[in-house]
Design a protein around this ligand. Sequence first.
Ligand code: PBG
Length: 323
Amino acid sequence: MSTFPATRLRRLRRTGALRGLVRETRLDLADFVLPLFVCPGDGIDRPLEGLPGIAQRSVDELALEVGECMSLGISSVLLFGIPEEKDEEASGAYDDDGIVQRALQSLREEFPGLVLLTDVCLCEYTSHGHCGVIRDGEVSNDETLELLGRTAVSHAEAGADAVCPSDMMDGRVGTIRSALDDTGHEQTAIVAYSAKYASAFYGPFREAAESTPAFGDRRGYQMDPANVREALREVELDIQEGADVVMVKPALPCLDVIRAVRERFDLPIAAYNVSGEYAMVKASAARGWLDERQAALESLTAIKRAGADFVVSYWTKELARWL
Ligand code: PBG
């Protein structure tokens, strides 16, 4: 085994071109999904304080934004809806004329080649902000499943390519798969938020989606950040129930989880570079404490290096310009 001075690892770091030759991980815009927030109304483009560069938009404005994104080379978006009204049963989530359904119909027609993903969860649609219906002070797993199935079907009918359940109810992937298959949507894929942790890093998103729980927190259904073996069990169950892609979320605090899932399973892995991961860098950059572009590229490279096949990131639009 040769060692120093025969071996000098700095030789291949000397110039940019040499470093490029031996680079192990590259960012490709085709691997990125931009999250978008759609709200009722007309002509609305409301920037979000906690998510600089991201806005709530009405369907007409959303279509303009998507057109611009597509001209930059972005091919996939993930839709979140802010409904007109919220209620105990989250009826806005599975209304065929709901906000996400209307956005899907309009985008599907205008951009046939666009990959349309939708978040399937009740938290934006319930008056209390929890991800399921409440019975006796708790989120009722099995009653929520039926509503998630209806939501997924209505998204598929409106043109979604894939539905992304993010609620963390047990059995949701199987329920959604059967609901889709029973209604002729056997081609609609499921991108399951399988290892979704109860994370502090969702803070800015809850402002954007107006989905902060009115009481308690989500630790009764989202995962404990201390656990990784449990994440593998979640992933395994979702695969058995029919997930086409499994997701790990958040991304940067969970690089080890992404790696562990990569080593154990062969299906595609998505990672969600969440709102707090983005906002931390934006806030530091605004103070001149770090370089945003470099910090973003380093973050996204780390997520890919850990083993993610594609990444949901608020940086996707800026990334299109950087690459
Ligand atoms: C809905 C959902 C959340 C996020 C994605 N889907 C919020 C939550 O679970 O509280 C977070 C995304 C982000 O922080 O960027 N359940």
